[in-house]
Each structure stands twice: as structure tokens, then as C-alpha cells.
Design a protein. Structure first.
Lengths: 119, 200
């Protein structure tokens, strides 16, 4: 049975996994290179958690508020992955959609909050 | 290094000794005789003095590291990090991230070699892979940030100036060719906190 596509409230938190080679431990922030994708994959905290989001290659898990993404010219689209699909099932999966020039990537890197980082 | 002397006056009857400088390890591939090396170094220093003394050439303010081949050890951790990135396989992010372009790796090495040679106070940058098969070199201070991203045919550069209000930032962009010499003015903008963004 397919997960329903929901409207994500503007105050919702989105969790993003940061690869250990892209997390700047000395500065406690991700590199702007993390935010290049036109459809940036995140997890909606309503159906996810830090533990659910991170994996063995994670250097950190960061969060961003949906409204902040919209201020940066992005669209937040709930895109759940159903059973049988690649990387599924994941009801929390959400895309942050939009062009991300270097300035926008830098702004993302600065405004995200580090929820967990590799010790 | 030869490009550093491109604008210097020619020196007559000067022939450097037959030695090759290994750019990666920082050592001579074949050791020249002591007297010819001394002459060579003396000539180079004289040329450098003429360059720095000239009022007509705009020069960076950062110091010139003495050409001591033993001073290259501090680069080893950096180059090790580059090797780690070069070894990333397709899907390294857990999804569909491509492997890094070997050209990007090589250009990254060249850039770091040049900048570390020019700046006696060189601070090791962060180096990260990108999702477009490239490499990004970045420095961050409370006042500024500088990013060099190698992709395809050249460098994409981002400079950030941070105001007293953390929410106030000025962004600057540039695109330059792969030649690492092109990065020097932007690196100088960062370390010297220059107000004017260089024109490519």
C-alpha cells in the first residue's frame, strides 16, 4: 500500500544526512558541497529521527526548518518511498527542490542545525 | 613555479643546473652539485628581490616561504586527505554519487602546492568531494570564507564576507581556468582581508 503524499507544514523540521567526508568537524558545520542537488533528499521529522536518518558513513545529521528552505527559493515536496522502490520504504522522504547556486548552498550550510555528529 | 617569474627581467647567461623538482614529493629527483645549486639559488633570490622591490608590480602581502625542501612535511596530511577522496568509489554517499575525476584530484594537488609555497603562513584548508565528480577546497574564518571548487574545465570560486550582524553577508563569485596561478589573487583576498574582490 502506497504512502499518502502530505502537505508539509512550514514549521516542520527536515533532517539531512551529511557524509563524514563533507562535514567540517573543525567548524562544526557541513560543507556547502552537501547542498548541490536540485532535489535534495531529506527526512521529515514527523516520520523519522536522527537514528533513522544517519548511516555508517555519516559524519553528522543536520536539520533545517521547511520555511527556511522556502525563503531560499526552494520548494519542499513530500516524496515518500514505497515498499519495493529503491531505498524504500521511507515514509519520511522529502525533497527540497530548486536551483542551488553557490550562494544558496553556502546559506544552507550556515543555517542548518547540527542534531548529531560523529564523536 | 616558473610562472611566478614570468614577468621578471631576463638574466643573461643564466643556465639552471640540470635537476628536476618533483612537485609531489617536494624533493629533487637528482641532486645537483653544491656550488651550482648555490649559484642557482643566489640568482633566484636576486630575481625575487627585484620582483618584490619593484613598485610597479602589485604583490601579495603574505610572506614568502624560504625554498627549504624540508618544509613540505606539513602538506603530507593534506595530500593524504586528497588521496582518501581520490579513492572514493561510485556510490560513496550511499546513493548515486559518482567517483571523483582524477583530473580534479591533480588540479587540487597543484593548487595546494602553489599556494603553500607562496604563503609562509599557509593554513591548511578543508577539502571535500563534490557530487559533480569534483573537489572543493575551502577556508573559513569568523570574518570570511573562500571556496575553490574544481569541476570540468576550471575553478569555480566563492568568496563570502561576513558583517558584524551574522545575518549580513556579501557574496562574490568568479570562474577561472584550471591554471592554479589564477587562484592566487583570490587566496590573497582571503588572507589579507582585501576589500576589493579580484577580477578574473
Amino acid at each position: 500500500m502506497a504512502f499518502p503524499i502530505e502537505e508539509i507544514p512550514s514549521e516542520s523540521l527536515l533532517l539531512l544526512r551529511v557524509h563524514k567526508k563533507m562535514f567540517l568537524a573543525q567548524h562544526n558545520r557541513p560543507s556547502s558541497a552537501c547542498f548541490r542537488h536540485y532535489e535534495l533528499s531529506t527526512n521529515w521529522i514527523k516520520y523519522s529521527s536522527v537514528e533513522h536518518t544517519r548511516n555508517e558513513d555519516s559524519g553528522a545529521v543536520v536539520s533545517v526548518v521547511s520555511a527556511q528552505c522556502i525563503v531560499l527559493g526552494q520548494e519542499v515536496v513530500h516524496a515518500p518511498i514505497n515498499e519495493g522502490q529503491e531505498f524504500g520504504p521511507n515514509q519520511a522522504h522529502t525533497h527540497v527542490v530548486g536551483e542551488k547556486p553557490k550562494e544558496v548552498r553556502d546559506q544552507f550550510a550556515r543555517l542548518v542545525k547540527v542534531e548529531w555528529r560523529l564523536p | 613555479m616558473s610562472s611566478l617569474f614570468a614577468n621578471l627581467p631576463p638574466v643573461r647567461d643564466f643556465r639552471p643546473p640540470s635537476a628536476s623538482f618533483n612537485d609531489r614529493s617536494g624533493v629533487f629527483a637528482s641532486a645537483p652539485k653544491q656550488d651550482t645549486l648555490s649559484d642557482f639559488l643566489e640568482q633566484q633570490l636576486r630575481l625575487l628581490f627585484q620582483y618584490w622591490a619593484s613598485p610597479h608590480i602589485s604583490k601579495p602581502q603574505f610572506g614568502l616561504r624560504p625554498w627549504n625542501l624540508e618544509n613540505r612535511d606539513f602538506l603530507f596530511p593534506l595530500f593524504q586527505k586528497i588521496e582518501d577522496i581520490a579513492g572514493l568509489e561510485s556510490g560513496w554517499d550511499g546513493t548515486d554519487a559518482p567517483e571523483i575525476d582524477p583530473q580534479a584530484i591533480e588540479h587540487c594537488r597543484r593548487a595546494l602546492n602553489l599556494l603553500s609555497w607562496l604563503d609562509s603562513n599557509f593554513v591548511s584548508p578543508e577539502i571535500v568531494p563534490t557530487f559533480s565528480r569534483g573537489v572543493q577546497i575551502e577556508w573559513h574564518t569568523p570574518e570570511r570564507s573562500l571556496e575553490f571548487e574544481y569541476c570540468s574545465n576550471g575553478w569555480s570560486i566563492l568568496g563570502v564576507m561576513l558583517g558584524r550582524d551574522p545575518a549580513t553577508r556579501s557574496y562574490f563569485n568568479a570562474e577561472v581556468a584550471a591554471d592554479p596561478v589564477k587562484l592566487v589573487p583570490f587566496y590573497r583576498w582571503f588572507v589579507n582581508r582585501e576589500l576589493v574582490w579580484p577580477s578574473p
